[in-house]
Design a protein around this ligand. Structure first.
Ligand code: ZN
Length: 356
């Protein structure tokens, strides 16, 4: 049995216990074998994190475990995996693994995405059937790649016609799945939002108008600022052959804080995600929280990576009877984030036991 004493964010009691994997607000009786003090925060959520995608070679479950452990080490107890080639569901029964929200395989178009990733259709007309197939996997989410460089145009461009998106997203909703879409630029957003997309991943091309629509519709946004930080290195090698695209990516990068600050101020619900896998290393959620704190108050940045993200995805906070997934910090985490420092947990409790 574990006993915690201190501050419980966002508004819990000043002590609680963990017995049989669950949080207890009343003492369960018996002697605690672990005493923790400090600041307890509901387990962090990396809302855009691929443990089934690796930069080199084929992903394996063993590799996915290692990557997930890097995330747990910084306090992540839940991962939203927006597209994976590897079926990581066997990890769900392992006691040291975070909890997962999955999206099956992302849906893209041939030559309009990273080669080898996701399901790549030869023709856009296959979108609706593929969405139906991915939704039937029952993960509760489907991921559509909404824009990518169109080499015939030399710039970012929408991947799918608006009418197909509208049909595909209503098919997903009818099957009980929410839809997330990867979007870097401006032009794919109006069609996706009109079609009722549930979450925009990246969203670096948001404008005043699309921000207004997202806020009004309650569309979520996962900015992945640590991924946007890679835009200059994506733009640079494209300069010779695709100068418009390169300049566009650089511009999206240059105005990223302005864009996301405007989204925050308009009331768009935003969540922390690192886009680990591929380019980005795992275990960088505290860096994303620090980045988010540049566009919103520190407490909001922490909420976007913890209790608010948990509520969005159906995970409990530190509540009586809830599964015990939480992080303990030695110092006030809001003050740490506000001071521009990177959060480091003293203890991570995952599935009711001390994982770190
Ligand atoms: Zn991603």
């Amino acid at each position: 049995m574990l006993h915690f004493r201190g501050a419980v964010l966002p508004d819990g009691p000043d002590e609680f216990w963990v017995d049989d994997g669950a949080v207890r607000f009343a003492p369960p009786g018996g002697r605690a074998d672990t005493e923790l003090t400090g600041w307890a925060v509901p387990g962090l959520v990396d809302a855009h994190c691929h443990v089934g995608i690796v930069p080199d070679g084929e992903p394996t479950l063993e590799r996915a475990r290692e990557l997930a452990r890097d995330d747990v080490a910084v306090g992540v107890t839940a991962v939203r995996e927006p597209g994976s080639n590897l079926d990581t569901t066997p990890l769900d029964s392992e006691s040291d693994m975070p909890r997962f929200v999955r999206m099956g395989r992302h849906i893209a178009l041939t030559r309009r995405y990273i080669p080898g990733l996701g399901v790549q259709l030869d023709d856009p007309s296959g979108l609706v059937d593929e969405v139906r197939r991915q939704a039937a996997r029952g993960h509760g989410w489907v991921k559509i790649v909404g824009d990518w460089i169109d080499r015939s145009v030399g710039d970012l461009a929408p991947v799918w016609p608006d009418d197909l998106l509208a049909e595909a997203i209503s098919v997903a909703h009818a099957a009980g799945a929410r839809v997330a879409s990867h979007v870097f630029g401006e032009d794919a957003l109006p069609g996706l939002l009109a079609a009722g997309v549930d979450c925009i991943e990246h969203g670096s091309g948001l404008t005043d108008e699309t921000i207004r629509v997202m806020a009004a519709q309650g569309t979520a946004l996962v900015p992945t600022l640590v991924q946007i930080a890679n835009f200059p290195s994506i733009a640079e090698p494209a300069l010779g052959k695709y100068p418009t695209y390169a300049a566009h990516m650089q511009d999206l990068f240059d105005r990223r804080y302005e864009t996301y600050r405007a989204a925050y101020e308009a009331g768009v619900q935003m969540y922390a995600g690192t886009d680990a896998g591929g380019f980005n290393a795992h275990g960088r959620l505290p860096v994303e929280i620090a980045e988010l704190a540049r566009v919103m108050p520190a407490e909001e940045a922490l909420a976007a990576a913890s209790w608010r993200a948990r509520e969005w995805l159906g995970f409990a906070g530190i509540d009586d009877g809830a599964p015990a997934d939480f992080v303990v910090y030695a110092d006030d985490p809001v003050a740490v984030v506000a001071a521009g420092r990177t959060l480091a947990p003293a203890t991570v409790v995952l599935r009711g036991h001390v994982a770190l």
